[in-house]
Design a protein around this ligand. Structure first.
Ligand code: FER
Length: 387
């Protein structure tokens, strides 16, 4: 049989699996057609044999920006813990050591304006004695999309209370990652950036949800550098919108609506952030795609051939769409993994007349310097727009 024919049959089987989603017939009938984004893309066109040689690649280096880590964290000071509403709440220890908190009497002020600061200021990532940081815990939800129970990690503010309501950031990991990718890497400073900026009154205390972005429908599916293995990432839009977000909004004390719902992701998570934002702009008011991986449009890089999730002409919002208040794309100027792809997304968006902010992080590779910068600027833009 010809390779094309084999690929076509495989795509057919995957399409059938993705569409059935482990639902009963009546459940399928009640599911609105428009609620489901098809993720079959154009996989039949992707030739697996053109995939680059990835022998010897450290898969962990992709997951959350831990490549070429810059860190001066040496001490094992315990995190501040927090109460939360989840029954199975277990504080997640970070793999990397947490730093000694610093005494800060007068916090270094941030000037809140619409300008991008390419590098995240050191004062924003400091672990301060005067700030109580949230802690990550793990939970699970049932995903109709995937037909199985799935995990997420959640960062609740230190004084999380059901009496208050919080905005939510959904933060998407890189390829080969999972819901622990961000929470187990203390060097990305997520807790510090969110905690310090809230403590100093720039942003509201914010809940950060880190899902498992590999929305597989078959437990045997595994991520990899080929079109089929990437389909579950593209299916995450359905899991997020139809399963995880409703669950989070039911189980936690969250503010809803696009003004209070933020989306960001790194690399593979950046690519899906772009895709989800373009498809569902009504759901997310503030968005940042950090070091977005190739594959939104058809291309071949050193890892694989990408069939493309959409045509270049479709990389824009629908005519009548409500657009995000803030839509940032950024990437390290020395990114050795996704290279110029994020910039190419910026150029496509520009060609298509789609409003967004684009910037490069000088000297940053495919690493936490890019993540820190993206998160900081997302929060800074939120602070600016909401002040
Ligand atoms: C690719 C290059 C990079 C790709 C994914 C990545 C699926 C993702 C990198 C990361 O998440 O760190 O061609 O294809």
């Amino acid at each position: 049989m010809r390779k094309g024919a084999i690929a076509l049959i495989t795509v057919g089987i995957i399409t059938a699996m993705l569409c059935s989603c482990g639902k009963t017939e009546s459940e399928k009938e009640t599911m609105k057609e428009t609620d489901k984004i098809e993720v079959t893309g154009n996989a039949a066109d992707a030739d697996k044999d053109t995939a680059g040689d990835i022998t010897g690649i450290d898969k962990d280096a992709f997951a959350s920006g831990i490549k070429k880590e810059e860190s001066n964290t040496t001490d094992n000071t315990t995190d501040n813990t927090t109460d939360n509403s989840s029954d199975d709440a277990t504080i997640i220890p970070t793999a990397s050591p947490t730093p000694t908190p610093v005494e800060v009497t007068t916090p270094t002020p941030i000037i809140i304006n619409g300008e991008i600061e390419e590098k995240c200021p050191a004062s924003v990532t400091e672990t301060r004695k005067d700030v109580k940081y949230g802690a990550f815990t793990h939970g699970t939800y049932y995903s109709e999309t995937c037909g199985m129970e799935r995990g997420y990690c959640i960062l609740l503010p230190a004084d999380y209370s059901a009496e208050k309501k919080y905005p939510v950031l959904y933060l998407l990991h890189g390829i080969f990652g999972n819901e622990y990718s961000f929470s187990q890497d203390a060097s990305n400073k997520i807790k510090e950036i969110a905690g310090n900026m809230a403590a100093d009154g720039y942003i509201e205390e914010t809940i950060i949800v880190c899902p498992d972005m590999y929305a597989k429908t078959d437990i045997a599916q595994k991520p990899g550098f080929d079109a089929e293995s990437c389909l579950p990432y593209d299916n995450f839009i359905n899991d997020l919108v139809n399963d995880l977000m409703p669950y989070i909004e039911k189980e936690y004390s969250v503010l809803t609506g696009r003004e209070n719902t933020y989306l960001a992701g790194f690399s593979m998570g950046g690519r899906e952030t772009l895709f989800i934002t373009l498809k569902k702009p009504e759901l997310f008011g503030y968005v940042c795609a950090i070091s977005a991986a190739p594959g939104i449009v058809a291309t071949t890089d050193r890892f694989m051939s990408h069939p493309g999730q959409m045509e270049e002409s479709e990389v824009k919002f629908a005519e009548d769409a409500v657009e995000p208040e803030v839509f940032i794309l950024c990437c390290g100027s020395k990114d050795s993994v996704v290279g110029k792809y994020p910039k190419s997304y910026h150029e496509i968006l520009e060609t298509n007349g789609t409003d967004h902010i684009w910037y490069e992080i000088p000297g940053a590779d495919h690493d936490n310097n890019a993540i820190k910068s993206g998160l900081y600027n997302l929060f800074k833009q939120i602070a600016y727009k909401k002040q």
